[in-house]
Design a protein around this ligand. Structure first.
Ligand code: ADP
Length: 468
């Protein structure tokens, strides 16, 4: 069986968020002697392409409406990854130094067309085309409806929704960019009188998954306008919890962190990493260290953080470290907060993979006050490193974290409200004082298995059950 993943992101090549981590782990955990799992993604002009050499294995031209664009399919000259990635290089349009921007419609349409045009030339077609999020959401429609891809229309295809907030809608004025199809079926592209790639994929894909069971149920009630559609298509929809790449996220071998540690060395290992963080960010290592890592957007509850931090820092016995970037106004508030709280609050506004790993290894509590959390990987990384998550009961967070009051290993709150988050921080501070229980939970959480093996098996069952 050959599985092809199509995605805008894939770790370690291009990462904006969790999509990259998931697509970068899938092929490793799906491949075995009977299954090959590979990725097709855009080639970006980024650090990864700068540091690697590529060879062209196919050159072609694609039509984007009346425009003709040259493209190349490239592979790594020396493959340093555990799986094969095919890169679609389209000079000027796709080969740029960003993943997402204002011109995503044309860029990702060209990417999808190039990938399918190339696939037409394959002698052996894949068994499964697995599409991730709206950037490749028009693939199921094109496979089913575009005349030129008729020879591919028997290939089983699925859509995984990593985040339904983003749907990639664009005006019907651009319909001519999509390879010719029977116009009677244009409704399969439409949702709310615009072309909506995510909605179209939900209609046309043979199977639809979300990245946690809880998120699938929530989407049927609230999905940024797609709830009726998801309810209507519910027979082919299923939630499968993401796993984590337990090779990349392994405190025993993680090369980013200051000191490696296993479950039996959790106290000393975490202490060394915490000391590094406290020195770097000017904190007192004796106080509990709370951290936030993530995109500074409303979905993550980031807009409430300045107020939450201001209130929580009235308690002089805690420290807070933030790593993230996103909305300008939230970034500005979180930066300016540093002035009045030197020694107890610090923030790195930006993206830093290494620092994120050290925070997982060295902070005491991780804050995730998300409004929406399709799966959430941070809390699973936290557990693996013995960092206690404080989460809002939503989506994948609700599926994975049990409150200590119920015999669990995290702290949860019901709503995204300042008072509730502040209260959760207070509960965590109390837990920190109870060293015996605190350490017991840290040790236990490291034994929880969220590796991909379980989810990979569920996906395999799904692939095998797909029928048109
Ligand atoms: P989302 O995909 O919605 O952003 P996830 O929890 O699924 O959220 O995945 C977030 C991933 O991105 C995690 O690997 C997290 O560590 C990482 N991440 C987010 N922001 C940053 C940042 N500023 N620096 C480093 N890593 C980050």
């Amino acid at each position: 069986m050959k599985i092809i993943h199509l995605s805008a992101e894939c770790y370690p090549i291009a990462k904006v968020g969790g999509l990259a981590d998931v697509v970068g782990a899938f092929p490793k955990y799906q491949s075995n002697k009977n299954i090959t799992s590979e990725v097709i993604m855009p080639l970006y002009d980024n650090k990864f392409s700068e540091q690697n050499s590529f060879q062209t294995i196919y050159s072609g031209q694609l039509n984007l409406g009346s425009e003709i664009l040259d493209f190349e399919i490239q592979t790594l000259e020396t493959n340093t990854l555990d799986f094969t990635v095919y890169f679609v290089k389209i000079p000027d349009l796709l080969y740029v130094d960003y993943v997402y921007s204002f011109d995503d419609t044309d860029r990702f349409l060209a990417f999808q067309i190039a990938a399918l045009d190339w696939m037409l030339t394959w002698k052996e077609k894949p068994s499964i085309i697995h599409c991730h999020d709206h950037h490749v959401g028009l693939i199921p429609f094109m496979l089913q409806e575009s005349f030129k891809y008729e020879s591919l229309n028997k290939i089983s295809n699925i859509l995984t929704i990593h985040n339904a907030q983003y749907q990639g809608s664009f005006s019907h004025d651009k319909v001519n960019l999509i390879p010719e199809f029977n116009f009677n079926n244009v409704g399969l592209l439409d949702w709310g009188e615009v072309i909506n790639p995510l909605a179209s994929a939900i209609k046309c894909a043979w199977g639809v998954t979300t990245v946690s069971p809880g998120y699938m149920e929530e989407l049927k009630l609230k999905a940024n306008g797609l709830e009726d559609l998801l309810r209507h298509e519910s027979a082919k929809c299923v939630g499968i919890l993401n796993g984590i790449d337990s090779e990349v996220w392994n405190p025993e071998t993680d090369s980013y962190i200051v000191k490696n540690f296993s479950n039996s060395r959790v106290i000393s290992g975490r202490k060394a990493n915490k000391e590094w963080l406290c020195k770097e960010f000017n904190f007192d290592a004796k106080k509990p260290l709370f951290a936030f890592i993530g995109r500074l957007v409303g979905e993550k509850g980031a807009d409430l953080l300045p107020e939450v931090f201001e209130k929580s820092l009235q308690n002089k016995n805690i420290s807070i470290l933030l790593l993230g970037s996103g909305q300008d106004d939230v970034e500005a508030k979180l930066s300016s907060l540093k002035e009045n709280h030197e020694g107890s609050y610090n923030a790195y506004i930006g993206y830093d993979e290494k620092l994120s790993h050290i925070i997982y290894a060295g902070a005491d509590f991780l804050l995730m006050p998300s409004r929406v959390e399709p799966c959430g990987l941070n809390q699973m990384y936290a557990l693996r490193y013995g960092l206690i998550p404080i989460v809002r009961e939503v989506g994948g967070l609700k599926d994975t974290i049990i409150d200590i009051a119920d015999g669990g290993f995290g702290i949860t709150h019901k709503e995204v409200e300042t008072e509730q988050i502040v209260h959760a921080i207070e509960r965590a501070t109390e837990l920190y004082q109870n060293k015996k229980q605190f350490n017991k939970i840290r040790k236990y959480s490291m034994t929880i298995d969220h590796s991909w093996d379980v989810s990979a098996a569920e996906y395999l069952n799904l692939y095998q059950s797909l029928k048109k």
